[in-house]
Design a protein around this ligand. Structure first.
Ligand code: B12
Length: 219
């Protein structure tokens, strides 16, 4: 890849944990009218590379923290560009949270933002959400869809426990799980109805569910 090309440059800056350069590149692309979703896609690839550095012991926890901070600042820059154009909330009600034991929230926050842009009313429970809290909030808010995020392999058990509790309490609404390493196999293990590793695809699943056109995954 040519590092002067905008995508490659941003991916490399994030992967190298260059905060100022990453933010400058994002500002430049926003000014040039670049699609914010493409910018997010590049940042996600940069974060994946940071994770790979961490796995190879080239970065340590401080590197993950730094990457998280850069991504958070990038999202602050992007937020006004993807902010909802209208205050109407009519597409459906979504309960969202990162499951117990997991504090990764950058992906979840993108899902929240994009659903909001598509007129969904989103109730975000935050991170490290115990199954009982999901269940209580389902009783109270009666959402049309429940969305869970998790990036750690250990989160799959928390997701599974949450799904079991929600179903045992009679929840009929579809459950979507998401996060970088989720797969069809994980979806089946967890007992969720849908899965994705992409926020835009997650919004499309929610739209199809509300339109009665969604085809269940993970069966
Ligand atoms: C940044 C980061 C952190 C930051 C998180 C900051 C924050 N506020 O979120 C901090 C420093 C806190 C952190 C901590 C840890 N981390 Co960490 N982290 C990462 C890193 C580098 C990037 C994650 C990220 O934000 N990516 C960018 C976002 C946008 O992508 P995303 O989350 O996948 O979200 C997208 C989609 O998946 C989707 N999506 C996400 N959720 C949902 C939900 C729904 C419903 C839908 C529809 C879609 C959807 O939408 C998003 C946009 O498309 C990853 C590497 C990687 N490959 O992911 C490691 C990674 C996830 N961490 C890892 C580890 C090991 C840890 C720690 C255990 C490290 C430690 N020794 O303490 C702790 C665990 C803390 C905890 N209890 O949760 C491992 C997990 C390995 C595993 N198999 O479990 C990874 C994979 C790194 C690695 N390769 O080893 N981490």
């Amino acid at each position: 890849m040519n590092p002067t090309e905008p995508s490659a440059a941003l991916i490399a800056a994030i992967s190298d944990l260059q905060e100022e350069r990453s933010l400058a590149l994002v500002r430049r692309r926003i000014e040039a009218g670049d699609d914010p979703l493409l910018i997010i896609q590049d940042c996600k690839e940069g974060m994946r590379q940071v994770g790979a550095h961490y796995e190879r012991n080239e970065y340590f926890l401080a590197g993950l923290i730094m990457a998280g901070e850069i991504f958070r600042e990038v999202m602050e820059l992007l937020h006004p560009v993807v902010a909802p154009k209208s205050a109407v909330r009519s597409s459906g009600r979504v309960l969202l949270g990162t499951v117990e034991g997991d504090i990764h929230d950058l992906g979840k926050n993108i899902v929240n933002m994009l659903l909001g842009c598509h007129s969904f009313a989103v109730y975000d429970l935050g991170v490290n959400v115990p199954p009982a809290v999901f269940a209580d909030q389902v009783d109270e808010l009666q959402p049309d869809i429940v969305c869970m995020s998790g990036l750690l392999t250990s989160s799959y058990d928390a997701m599974r426990e949450t799904v079991e509790l929600l179903r045992s309490r009679g929840l009929q609404a579809p459950i979507i799980i998401g996060g970088g390493q989720i797969s069809d196999e994980v979806c089946r293990y967890v007992g969720a109805d849908y899965w994705t590793t992409d926020a835009v695809a997650g919004v499309e699943i929610c739209q199809r569910i509300m339109a009665g056109e969604a085809v269940k995954q993970g069966d």
